[in-house]
Design a protein around this ligand. Sequence first.
Ligand code: BYC
Length: 343
Amino acid sequence: MYTQGLSGPDAAADSSARAPTMESPELATRFQERIDREDRIEANDWMPAAYRKTLTRQISQHAHSEIIGMLPEGNWVTRAPTLRRKATLLAKVQDEAGHGLYLYAAAETLGKSREEMFDELLTNKAKYSSIFNYPTLTWADMGAVGWLVDGAAIMNQIPLCRCSYGPYARAMIRVCKEESFHQRQGYEIMIALCRGTPEQKAMAQDALNRWYWPCLMMFGPPDSDSTHSDQSTKWKIKRFSNDELRQKFLDALVPQAEFLGLTLPDTDLRFEEGEGDSLDGAVHGHWRHGAIDWEEFRQILAGNGPCNRGRISARQRAHKEGAWVREAAAAYAAKQASQKAAA
Ligand code: BYC
């Protein structure tokens, strides 16, 4: 019902309508030539089955992340300290729902139904971002999530605005505008806490301590262990590698933490002068982080993080409780269709 840009009125209902009709080396070469000259691939264009599959995987995981990502912050809507904070947080959480919907719509253009994607999420077959399996324990976590999680998300998503697949790239443009507001509202919460009482500043530091390492993991495994990067880079789905984006994030983060007067919980953090961006107009180089605990990341992906089970059971409950809404919408659509047919 939400699918955009498909070839015919019945295509959304029939996912085989989106299946590639043939594969050949000539078609694959021509496709790669289009990618190389920065053409945008659209829903009705021929594409290799593997390109369709990798995009469907990534976009649906991304959509799931937006939806599951509402839970840690939704947890604080009723406990936000002021009316203004409550209204802003509520708007942010609603934005995340919107992002999920744009992304499900973009994934549907590749031929996978929304029901199938929901089913994969609710039965633990689909991944979503590791970051949302950590708990939000204090109000300062709302600052840290906005500043760090949305900050990491923007770093990853800005290049996706130039992704070779049109519907995904266009969805990302709007998502990034909203994410940048989210990041600023989080940083502003951190500023308020850091300029407040010693207890408030300690709360901000504690939140940073808990979110720093999981945010570095958000960019995915190191390049040497990334299974999809090489192909996704050739197809211009990915414009930067996982490690490159992690590096950009860290270089932006260090001065932001300094401005707040907070300390990154990384005793091996060091500045390496040399090639690289100019950090303050004069010094060139990069901040290097200490060793990431990739075993923790693997455990989260295996479903053993502190909140994995709770997140999925919350979504299962919401899906069940929302059944009447889906049924009502389907009944209304059927009634409209039969009235149209009779007219
Ligand atoms: N968490 O070959 P790799 C948000 C998986 S929402 C879990 O490098 P790829 C927000 C990966 O899927 C932000 N799994 O993969 C919302 C693959 O497994 P499969 C979400 C991860 O795709 C609400 C395997 O590890 N952003 O910000 O080339 C409130 C090997 O990895 C993770 C997106 O989804 C992870 N962190 O690169 C606030 C962005 N990392 O599928 C904020 C779109 C990796 O083979 N996605 N894996 O079983 C991407 O850009 C890419 O998919 C990734 C990974 C960079 C994440």
